[in-house]
Design a protein around this ligand. Structure first.
Ligand code: NAP
Ligand code: GCO
Length: 269
Protein backbone atom coordinates (compact mmCIF):
# COMPACT_ATOMS: atom_id res chain seq x y z
CA UNK A 1 0.00 0.00 0.00
CA UNK A 2 1.39 3.43 -0.99
CA UNK A 3 2.23 5.49 2.14
CA UNK A 4 -0.01 8.56 1.87
CA UNK A 5 -1.59 9.74 -1.36
CA UNK A 6 0.47 10.40 -4.49
CA UNK A 7 -0.10 9.71 -8.17
CA UNK A 8 1.67 6.38 -7.48
CA UNK A 9 -1.51 5.48 -5.57
CA UNK A 10 -3.09 4.77 -8.97
CA UNK A 11 -0.25 2.47 -10.07
CA UNK A 12 -0.78 -1.30 -10.33
CA UNK A 13 2.97 -1.98 -10.66
CA UNK A 14 3.88 -5.37 -9.19
CA UNK A 15 0.25 -6.49 -8.91
CA UNK A 16 -1.22 -9.72 -10.36
CA UNK A 17 -4.71 -9.37 -11.80
CA UNK A 18 -7.17 -12.11 -12.82
CA UNK A 19 -9.84 -10.84 -15.22
CA UNK A 20 -12.47 -13.44 -16.15
CA UNK A 21 -13.76 -13.62 -19.72
CA UNK A 22 -11.08 -11.19 -20.90
CA UNK A 23 -10.47 -12.43 -24.46
CA UNK A 24 -12.31 -9.43 -25.92
CA UNK A 25 -14.93 -6.82 -25.01
CA UNK A 26 -15.02 -5.12 -21.63
CA UNK A 27 -12.76 -7.71 -19.99
CA UNK A 28 -10.02 -7.25 -22.56
CA UNK A 29 -10.21 -3.45 -22.17
CA UNK A 30 -10.01 -3.58 -18.38
CA UNK A 31 -7.15 -6.10 -18.41
CA UNK A 32 -5.30 -3.94 -20.94
CA UNK A 33 -5.72 -0.89 -18.70
CA UNK A 34 -4.38 -2.85 -15.74
CA UNK A 35 -1.35 -3.88 -17.81
CA UNK A 36 -0.86 -0.25 -18.84
CA UNK A 37 -0.87 0.61 -15.11
CA UNK A 38 1.85 -1.99 -14.46
CA UNK A 39 -0.02 -5.17 -13.56
CA UNK A 40 0.66 -8.70 -14.79
CA UNK A 41 -2.50 -10.25 -16.31
CA UNK A 42 -4.02 -13.69 -16.11
CA UNK A 43 -7.40 -14.31 -17.74
CA UNK A 44 -9.74 -17.15 -18.64
CA UNK A 45 -12.29 -18.11 -21.24
CA UNK A 46 -14.11 -21.27 -22.31
CA UNK A 47 -12.67 -21.33 -25.81
CA UNK A 48 -8.98 -22.18 -26.40
CA UNK A 49 -8.89 -20.54 -29.83
CA UNK A 50 -10.10 -17.24 -28.31
CA UNK A 51 -7.52 -17.58 -25.53
CA UNK A 52 -4.72 -18.13 -28.03
CA UNK A 53 -5.83 -15.13 -30.10
CA UNK A 54 -6.18 -12.94 -27.00
CA UNK A 55 -2.65 -13.79 -25.83
CA UNK A 56 -1.41 -12.58 -29.23
CA UNK A 57 -3.56 -9.44 -28.96
CA UNK A 58 -2.19 -8.60 -25.51
CA UNK A 59 1.39 -9.28 -26.68
CA UNK A 60 0.85 -7.00 -29.70
CA UNK A 61 0.06 -4.23 -27.20
CA UNK A 62 3.24 -5.05 -25.28
CA UNK A 63 1.41 -6.60 -22.32
CA UNK A 64 2.20 -9.87 -20.48
CA UNK A 65 -1.02 -11.90 -20.22
CA UNK A 66 -1.49 -15.62 -19.59
CA UNK A 67 -4.75 -17.33 -20.56
CA UNK A 68 -6.52 -20.29 -18.97
CA UNK A 69 -9.28 -22.44 -20.45
CA UNK A 70 -11.78 -22.41 -17.61
CA UNK A 71 -15.55 -22.07 -17.25
CA UNK A 72 -16.36 -19.83 -14.27
CA UNK A 73 -19.29 -22.09 -13.33
CA UNK A 74 -17.01 -25.14 -12.86
CA UNK A 75 -15.76 -24.90 -9.27
CA UNK A 76 -13.17 -27.69 -9.61
CA UNK A 77 -11.74 -26.07 -12.75
CA UNK A 78 -11.67 -22.64 -11.09
CA UNK A 79 -9.92 -23.99 -7.99
CA UNK A 80 -7.36 -25.74 -10.22
CA UNK A 81 -6.83 -22.56 -12.28
CA UNK A 82 -6.24 -20.41 -9.18
CA UNK A 83 -3.84 -23.03 -7.74
CA UNK A 84 -1.87 -23.06 -10.99
CA UNK A 85 -1.80 -19.25 -11.09
CA UNK A 86 -0.52 -19.14 -7.50
CA UNK A 87 2.24 -21.65 -8.32
CA UNK A 88 3.31 -20.00 -11.58
CA UNK A 89 2.67 -16.27 -11.07
CA UNK A 90 1.88 -15.67 -7.40
CA UNK A 91 -1.10 -14.73 -5.25
CA UNK A 92 -3.84 -12.78 -7.06
CA UNK A 93 -4.02 -9.15 -5.88
CA UNK A 94 -6.92 -8.04 -8.11
CA UNK A 95 -9.93 -10.04 -9.33
CA UNK A 96 -12.40 -8.74 -11.89
CA UNK A 97 -15.52 -10.90 -12.24
CA UNK A 98 -16.29 -9.86 -15.81
CA UNK A 99 -17.37 -13.08 -17.57
CA UNK A 100 -21.07 -12.95 -18.32
CA UNK A 101 -23.83 -13.71 -20.77
CA UNK A 102 -27.29 -12.39 -21.50
CA UNK A 103 -30.35 -14.04 -23.00
CA UNK A 104 -33.06 -11.68 -24.29
CA UNK A 105 -36.29 -13.73 -24.08
CA UNK A 106 -39.75 -12.67 -22.77
CA UNK A 107 -39.97 -14.17 -19.29
CA UNK A 108 -43.01 -16.36 -19.93
CA UNK A 109 -41.24 -17.80 -22.99
CA UNK A 110 -37.92 -18.37 -21.23
CA UNK A 111 -37.11 -21.91 -20.18
CA UNK A 112 -36.00 -22.56 -16.62
CA UNK A 113 -32.80 -23.97 -18.11
CA UNK A 114 -32.06 -20.67 -19.89
CA UNK A 115 -32.82 -18.71 -16.71
CA UNK A 116 -30.56 -20.99 -14.70
CA UNK A 117 -27.69 -20.70 -17.21
CA UNK A 118 -27.67 -16.89 -17.07
CA UNK A 119 -27.78 -16.86 -13.26
CA UNK A 120 -25.15 -19.63 -13.14
CA UNK A 121 -22.63 -17.68 -15.22
CA UNK A 122 -23.46 -14.12 -14.12
CA UNK A 123 -23.95 -14.73 -10.38
CA UNK A 124 -22.76 -18.19 -9.35
CA UNK A 125 -19.59 -17.67 -11.42
CA UNK A 126 -18.48 -14.57 -9.49
CA UNK A 127 -19.23 -16.42 -6.22
CA UNK A 128 -17.15 -19.44 -7.31
CA UNK A 129 -14.18 -17.39 -8.52
CA UNK A 130 -14.24 -15.02 -5.53
CA UNK A 131 -14.42 -17.99 -3.14
CA UNK A 132 -11.30 -19.42 -4.78
CA UNK A 133 -9.34 -16.15 -4.74
CA UNK A 134 -10.25 -14.61 -1.36
CA UNK A 135 -8.18 -16.99 0.86
CA UNK A 136 -4.97 -15.90 -0.87
CA UNK A 137 -5.95 -12.24 -0.49
CA UNK A 138 -6.67 -12.74 3.21
CA UNK A 139 -3.28 -14.43 3.71
CA UNK A 140 -1.53 -11.64 1.77
CA UNK A 141 -3.30 -8.96 3.82
CA UNK A 142 -4.96 -7.14 0.94
CA UNK A 143 -7.09 -7.64 -2.17
CA UNK A 144 -9.31 -5.90 -4.67
CA UNK A 145 -12.42 -7.48 -6.16
CA UNK A 146 -14.40 -5.72 -8.89
CA UNK A 147 -17.72 -7.23 -9.99
CA UNK A 148 -19.03 -6.10 -13.37
CA UNK A 149 -22.63 -5.26 -12.62
CA UNK A 150 -25.04 -3.48 -14.95
CA UNK A 151 -27.83 -0.93 -15.41
CA UNK A 152 -29.88 -4.05 -14.73
CA UNK A 153 -28.50 -4.13 -11.21
CA UNK A 154 -30.89 -1.17 -10.70
CA UNK A 155 -33.43 -1.25 -13.53
CA UNK A 156 -35.53 -3.86 -15.32
CA UNK A 157 -36.64 -4.03 -18.89
CA UNK A 158 -38.53 -6.44 -21.14
CA UNK A 159 -36.85 -9.76 -22.02
CA UNK A 160 -33.93 -9.63 -19.57
CA UNK A 161 -35.46 -11.14 -16.41
CA UNK A 162 -32.65 -13.65 -15.78
CA UNK A 163 -29.92 -11.11 -16.45
CA UNK A 164 -31.50 -8.46 -14.19
CA UNK A 165 -32.01 -11.01 -11.41
CA UNK A 166 -28.38 -12.10 -11.71
CA UNK A 167 -26.92 -8.59 -11.88
CA UNK A 168 -29.12 -7.43 -9.00
CA UNK A 169 -27.79 -10.35 -7.01
CA UNK A 170 -24.25 -9.50 -8.05
CA UNK A 171 -24.70 -6.02 -6.56
CA UNK A 172 -25.66 -7.62 -3.24
CA UNK A 173 -22.85 -10.21 -3.46
CA UNK A 174 -20.51 -7.21 -3.87
CA UNK A 175 -21.89 -5.63 -0.69
CA UNK A 176 -21.66 -8.95 1.18
CA UNK A 177 -18.03 -9.60 0.26
CA UNK A 178 -17.33 -6.02 1.43
CA UNK A 179 -19.09 -6.78 4.72
CA UNK A 180 -17.49 -10.18 5.31
CA UNK A 181 -13.90 -9.41 4.24
CA UNK A 182 -13.45 -5.66 4.72
CA UNK A 183 -11.60 -6.31 7.98
CA UNK A 184 -9.11 -8.43 6.00
CA UNK A 185 -8.33 -5.31 3.93
CA UNK A 186 -10.21 -6.62 0.91
CA UNK A 187 -12.16 -3.99 -1.00
CA UNK A 188 -15.00 -5.38 -3.12
CA UNK A 189 -16.76 -2.92 -5.41
CA UNK A 190 -18.83 -3.07 -8.56
CA UNK A 191 -18.66 -1.28 -11.87
CA UNK A 192 -22.04 -0.77 -13.51
CA UNK A 193 -21.43 -0.06 -17.19
CA UNK A 194 -24.17 1.69 -19.11
CA UNK A 195 -24.79 0.60 -22.70
CA UNK A 196 -21.38 -0.29 -24.12
CA UNK A 197 -20.62 -1.15 -27.76
CA UNK A 198 -19.35 -4.75 -27.55
CA UNK A 199 -20.36 -8.07 -29.15
CA UNK A 200 -22.88 -8.53 -26.33
CA UNK A 201 -24.89 -5.48 -27.42
CA UNK A 202 -24.27 -5.78 -31.16
CA UNK A 203 -27.83 -7.09 -31.78
CA UNK A 204 -29.20 -3.87 -30.22
CA UNK A 205 -27.22 -1.69 -32.64
CA UNK A 206 -27.76 -3.51 -35.93
CA UNK A 207 -28.73 -1.22 -38.82
CA UNK A 208 -32.26 -1.81 -40.09
CA UNK A 209 -32.99 -3.01 -43.66
CA UNK A 210 -33.65 0.59 -44.70
CA UNK A 211 -30.30 1.68 -43.24
CA UNK A 212 -31.89 3.39 -40.23
CA UNK A 213 -30.60 2.92 -36.70
CA UNK A 214 -32.04 0.04 -34.61
CA UNK A 215 -34.99 1.34 -32.53
CA UNK A 216 -33.18 0.29 -29.34
CA UNK A 217 -30.07 2.16 -30.51
CA UNK A 218 -32.17 5.31 -30.88
CA UNK A 219 -33.77 4.65 -27.48
CA UNK A 220 -30.43 4.42 -25.71
CA UNK A 221 -29.15 7.60 -27.35
CA UNK A 222 -32.28 9.39 -26.04
CA UNK A 223 -31.84 7.87 -22.57
CA UNK A 224 -28.16 8.79 -22.24
CA UNK A 225 -27.24 12.42 -21.38
CA UNK A 226 -23.92 11.80 -23.18
CA UNK A 227 -26.08 10.98 -26.24
CA UNK A 228 -23.78 8.13 -27.23
CA UNK A 229 -23.09 4.46 -26.51
CA UNK A 230 -20.16 3.85 -24.19
CA UNK A 231 -17.01 2.12 -25.35
CA UNK A 232 -14.86 -0.37 -23.40
CA UNK A 233 -12.25 2.41 -23.14
CA UNK A 234 -14.71 4.42 -20.98
CA UNK A 235 -14.38 1.74 -18.30
CA UNK A 236 -10.58 1.72 -18.10
CA UNK A 237 -10.05 4.65 -15.72
CA UNK A 238 -12.79 3.63 -13.24
CA UNK A 239 -11.44 0.06 -13.22
CA UNK A 240 -7.85 1.14 -12.58
CA UNK A 241 -9.08 3.41 -9.76
CA UNK A 242 -11.01 0.60 -8.05
CA UNK A 243 -8.07 -1.80 -8.50
CA UNK A 244 -5.54 0.65 -7.03
CA UNK A 245 -4.44 1.87 -3.59
CA UNK A 246 -6.29 5.11 -4.38
CA UNK A 247 -9.60 3.37 -3.55
CA UNK A 248 -8.54 1.63 -0.31
CA UNK A 249 -11.42 3.22 1.62
CA UNK A 250 -14.02 2.62 -1.09
CA UNK A 251 -15.87 -0.62 -0.33
CA UNK A 252 -19.24 -2.11 -1.22
CA UNK A 253 -19.85 0.59 -3.82
CA UNK A 254 -21.17 0.18 -7.35
CA UNK A 255 -19.63 2.82 -9.61
CA UNK A 256 -21.99 3.41 -12.51
CA UNK A 257 -20.14 4.31 -15.70
CA UNK A 258 -23.23 5.02 -17.77
CA UNK A 259 -22.91 8.49 -19.28
CA UNK A 260 -25.64 9.62 -16.85
CA UNK A 261 -28.43 7.17 -17.77
CA UNK A 262 -29.46 6.48 -14.15
CA UNK A 263 -29.78 10.23 -13.47
CA UNK A 264 -31.89 11.08 -16.54
CA UNK A 265 -35.60 10.71 -17.38
CA UNK A 266 -34.71 10.69 -21.07
CA UNK A 267 -34.96 13.15 -23.94
CA UNK A 268 -38.51 14.17 -24.89
CA UNK A 269 -39.40 12.44 -28.21
P1 NAP B 1 -19.11 -10.15 -24.27
O1 NAP B 1 -18.58 -9.33 -25.37
O2 NAP B 1 -20.23 -11.10 -24.53
O3 NAP B 1 -17.89 -10.94 -23.55
C1 NAP B 1 -18.20 -11.78 -22.47
C2 NAP B 1 -16.94 -12.56 -22.15
O4 NAP B 1 -17.23 -13.49 -21.10
C3 NAP B 1 -16.46 -13.38 -23.34
O5 NAP B 1 -15.05 -13.42 -23.34
C4 NAP B 1 -17.02 -14.76 -23.03
O6 NAP B 1 -16.29 -15.79 -23.63
C5 NAP B 1 -16.83 -14.79 -21.52
N1 NAP B 1 -17.66 -15.84 -20.87
C6 NAP B 1 -18.99 -16.02 -21.00
N2 NAP B 1 -19.38 -17.06 -20.24
C7 NAP B 1 -18.26 -17.56 -19.65
C8 NAP B 1 -18.01 -18.64 -18.75
N3 NAP B 1 -19.00 -19.45 -18.34
N4 NAP B 1 -16.74 -18.86 -18.34
C9 NAP B 1 -15.73 -18.07 -18.78
N5 NAP B 1 -15.90 -17.03 -19.64
C10 NAP B 1 -17.16 -16.78 -20.05
O7 NAP B 1 -19.62 -9.20 -23.10
P2 NAP B 1 -19.18 -7.72 -22.72
O8 NAP B 1 -20.12 -6.75 -23.34
O9 NAP B 1 -17.69 -7.57 -22.87
O10 NAP B 1 -19.55 -7.77 -21.16
C11 NAP B 1 -18.62 -8.19 -20.19
C12 NAP B 1 -19.32 -8.08 -18.85
O11 NAP B 1 -19.88 -6.76 -18.74
C13 NAP B 1 -20.51 -9.03 -18.70
O12 NAP B 1 -20.59 -9.46 -17.36
C14 NAP B 1 -21.72 -8.15 -19.04
O13 NAP B 1 -22.89 -8.63 -18.42
C15 NAP B 1 -21.28 -6.85 -18.46
N6 NAP B 1 -21.93 -5.66 -19.00
C16 NAP B 1 -21.91 -5.41 -20.34
C17 NAP B 1 -22.49 -4.21 -20.80
C18 NAP B 1 -22.54 -3.84 -22.25
O14 NAP B 1 -23.31 -2.92 -22.59
N7 NAP B 1 -21.77 -4.49 -23.12
C19 NAP B 1 -23.06 -3.32 -19.90
C20 NAP B 1 -23.08 -3.66 -18.53
C21 NAP B 1 -22.50 -4.83 -18.10
P3 NAP B 1 -16.96 -16.64 -24.84
O15 NAP B 1 -17.00 -15.75 -26.02
O16 NAP B 1 -16.09 -17.82 -25.02
O17 NAP B 1 -18.34 -16.99 -24.40
C1 GCO C 1 -29.77 -5.15 -22.73
C2 GCO C 1 -28.30 -4.87 -22.68
C3 GCO C 1 -27.91 -4.44 -21.28
C4 GCO C 1 -26.43 -4.18 -21.24
C5 GCO C 1 -25.98 -3.77 -19.89
C6 GCO C 1 -26.56 -2.45 -19.49
O1 GCO C 1 -30.18 -6.08 -23.44
O2 GCO C 1 -30.50 -4.40 -22.05
O3 GCO C 1 -27.56 -6.01 -23.07
O4 GCO C 1 -28.27 -5.40 -20.36
O5 GCO C 1 -25.73 -5.34 -21.57
O6 GCO C 1 -26.17 -4.74 -18.93
O7 GCO C 1 -25.91 -2.04 -18.30
Amino acid sequence: MAEGFSMDSFSLKGKLALVTGATYGIGFAIASAFAQAGAKIVFNDRDQAKIDQAEKDYAALGYEAHGYKCDVTDEDAVQAMVKDINEKYGVIDILVNNAGIIKRIPMTEMSAADFRQVVDIDLNGPFIVSKAVIPGMVEKGHGKIINICSMMSELGRETVSAYAAAKGGLKMLTRNICSEYGEANIQCNGIGPGYIATPQTAPLRERQADGSRHPFDQFIIAKTPAARWGTPDDLKGPAVFLASDASDFVNGHVLYVDGGILAYIGKQP
